[in-house]
Write a protein that binds this ligand. Structure first.
Ligand SMILES: [Fe+2]
Ligand SMILES: [Fe+2]
Length: 324
């Protein structure tokens, strides 16, 4: 079936293209069996799989603190949160599979270092406060990106986003609550929170991607309804939402250019270090190698289990055939 779809995709006539765009303009969801241009399929496979990889790799910085969470309650909450991220990854791999790519292919691209994932996860989690910052800022930025995608044109992706966003808002609250507990604690704990904020603020701001002027693929993706807001638009929304929260917590955002702009009714803010951003994307972040090594080790360690499952599936299939 997939081969057929790909074939028909390549043979797209201008009528097909027009009918497809018309559907998107009328807000009709595109479903796996519908005709779609090859570029749409490829862009979506890239976008959904990068998202899935980010969820999977995103477990690692926080997983680092599960055994060292400061109380049983915090440990239980963090475990549930990290398990949610695994679920998001699997859910999204399934959405990508409806476009004719296999989960094994996508896993192979991640493990070989060919595929990209969000560069935020290549930063280390040095203290418990970092776990709070990830929830508050990183999940907060993720929600900002993902809420509009609930209305994206591809049915399986938009439906996945509805569920994912519900869980992400729990993640953000648990992060904010970790930071709240720290700022209400001792001077040392408050200082730990401030130090973590200083390290996570700019990487979080960069999660929205390069400035609109330098962002490739954006225009076509917007026309296709798989990108609904520009990078700069979402970044501004995130800053406007987060500044009052930081003020409430009594923490200082590490940006001397940050100030309220009465005319725009928005905050002005400084420019992130985009050289650092592109350097981390290229594989030179603090933890790029560690993250890929961890995923490869998990894959290799699980080989016996996958083999066992396959052997069991084969055996039961044979038994079922014999019984018929
Ligand atoms: Fe997630
Ligand atoms: Fe999350």
């Amino acid at each position: 079936m997939y081969a057929q779809m790909v074939e028909s995709g390549q043979a797209g006539t201008s009528d097909q293209d027009k009918a497809f765009q018309d559907k998107i303009d009328r807000n009709v969801r595109i479903e796996p069996r519908d005709w779609m241009p090859e570029g749409y399929r490829k862009t979506l496979i890239r976008q959904i799989s990068q998202h899935a990889h980010s969820e999977i790799v995103g477990q690692l910085p926080e997983g680092n603190w599960i055994t060292r969470a400061p109380s049983l309650q915090r440990k239980a909450i963090l475990l549930a949160k990290v398990q949610d991220e695994a679920g998001h990854g699997l859910y999204l791999y399934c959405a990508a599979e409806t476009l004719g790519v296999s989960r094994d292919e996508l896993t192979e691209q991640l493990l070989s270092g060919k595929a990209k994932y969000s560069s935020i996860f290549n930063y280390p989690t040095l203290t418990w406060a970092d776990v709070g910052m990830i929830g508050w800022l990183v999940d907060g930025a993720a929600i900002m990106n993902q809420v509009p995608l609930q209305r994206c044109s591809y049915g399986p992706y938009s439906r996945a986003m509805i569920r994912v966003c519900k869980e992400e808002s729990f993640h953000q609250r648990q992060g904010f609550d970790i930071v709240r507990a720290l700022v209400e604690g001792t001077e040392d704990q408050k200082a730990m929170a401030q130090d973590a904020l200083n390290r996570w603020w700019w990487p979080a701001i960069m999660m929205f991607g390069p400035p609109d002027a330098d962002s490739t693929h954006s225009e076509q993706s917007m026309k296709w309804g798989i990108k609904l807001n520009s990078n700069d638009e979402l970044r501004q929304k995130f800053v406007d939402q987060t500044v009052p929260q930081a003020e409430w917590l009594g923490l200082t955002l590490p940006d001397p250019d940050l100030k309220w702009n009465e005319d725009r009714q928005s905050y002005d803010f400084g420019t992130p270090d985009w050289d650092e951003f592109f350097n981390v994307i290229k594989g030179n972040g603090i933890c790029n190698r560690e993250r890929l090594d961890a995923r490869n080790k998990a894959w290799d360690d699980g080989a016996w289990f996958r083999e066992g499952l396959m052997a069991h599936a084969e055996k039961t299939t044979k038994q079922n055939i014999a019984a018929e």
